[in-house]
Write a protein that binds this ligand. Structure first.
Ligand code: NAP
Length: 310
């Protein structure tokens, strides 16, 4: 019998147990799903940051799949004893949530909704926003989330400029990659969305130099990871008007400390890492499918490339 250890924490167990059991049954997987098991008996580990995930994976000698419930894996991929295959979460529910967050905040920046609300003072001063087709949006990251968000924005008429590590082609997105590609994308972007993973290569990808490439008055939306931004450089860019507004969902330290200047900054909107949550009803199907694949000796879905770090 296959043993699946739910090492994502007691807190998550009540919301995940039933969807996981249902999805495993639907996938035809016979397994013991448990909160406790001897390491040497574990075939699959389900992981989430802050759960009961072990710091040392050495005793898990029979484990052939570590399945993350989160899309971002920076907190586990760096553990040196984790040699078992690691897969990250790609979940239709999570993707839909991210599309809604990104489209909502892009439209807020595009339509100038903050300025409209601030001007609600009896003064009749019409300011007509440009059409979406005249508003270039940069999508940094063209993975599961960046592509879905880019396509949704393109469907609304936005000109979407995408950037990724490797070359890509999408009908609705003008794709760029590499260092020269980043500059080409940022130099045109009036709204920037960051959906990159936290890796050494993406640390402070938005810094004094790259923020200066933006047209003056651009807006930034970061639902990716806090490490993508050099916070000091962003605060300087906000104070100078180089960046008009920043909507930030993720931070180097979470919860964002009370004393952090982002909280009080008039041009910053803080959201508390709520852009997109994994939805157990849909995400459990990926977990079950990967367990099925592992047992059948088939290629796993969304396997993490340890060298790239995502
Ligand atoms: P993904 O499918 O792995 O896509 C990552 C994208 O980033 C890929 O297009 C990749 O390029 C690109 N990339 C990675 N390193 C790069 C580099 N050095 N230079 C240029 N491009 C680079 O990830 P995803 O599922 O879309 O998720 C993206 C991130 O969103 C996650 O890592 C996580 O941090 C964040 N997230 C946040 C929330 C939230 O609630 N705030 C929820 C879920 C996820 P290639 O295509 O060339 O590989």
């Amino acid at each position: 019998m296959t043993t699946i250890l739910f090492a994502a924490g007691q807190r998550l167990w009540p919301t995940w147990e039933a969807p996981l059991r249902k999805a495993l049954a639907e996938a035809g997987v016979e397994a013991t799903l448990t909160l406790n098991a001897a390491p040497a008996d574990v075939d699959v580990m389900i992981y989430a940051p802050g759960g009961d995930t072990p710091a040392d994976f050495t005793p898990f000698v029979t484990c052939k799949l570590v399945q993350s419930l989160w899309a971002g894996v920076e907190r586990i991929v760096t553990i040196p004893t984790l040699t078992q295959p690691l897969c990250r979460m790609v979940d239709p529910g999570l993707t839909q949530g991210m599309v809604e967050y990104v489209v909502g905040h892009v439209l807020r920046a595009h339509l100038g909704i903050d300025a409209v609300l601030a001007a609600q003072n009896g003064q009749w001063r019409p300011v007509i926003p440009p059409l979406a087709s005249d508003r270039p949006v940069a999508m940094l990251g063209l993975g599961a989330l960046g592509t879905a968000c880019g396509q949704a924005l393109a469907a609304l008429g936005f000109e979407v400029l995408g950037w990724s590590r490797t070359a890509k082609a999408h009908d609705a997105i003008a794709c760029h990659h590499g260092d020269a590609g980043l500059r080409a994308v940022l130099e045109r972007a009036q709204i920037v969305v960051t959906l990159l993973p936290a890796t050494k290569a993406t640390d402070c990808i938005l810094n004094e130099q790259t923020l200066a490439w933006l047209p003056r008055g651009a807006s930034l939306i970061n639902p990716g990871r806090g490490s993508l931004i050099d916070d000091d450089a962003l605060l300087v860019a906000l104070d100078s008007g180089q960046v008009a507004q920043a909507t930030l969902d993720v931070f180097r330290t979470e919860p964002l400390p009370q004393a952090h200047p982002y909280w009080a900054h008039p041009r910053v909107t803080v959201t508390p890492h709520i852009a997109a949550d994994t939805r157990p009803a849909t995400a459990a199907r990926l977990v079950a499918e990967n367990v099925r694949r592992m047992l059948a000796g088939e290629e796993l879905l969304h396997r993490v490339d340890r060298r790239a770090g995502y």
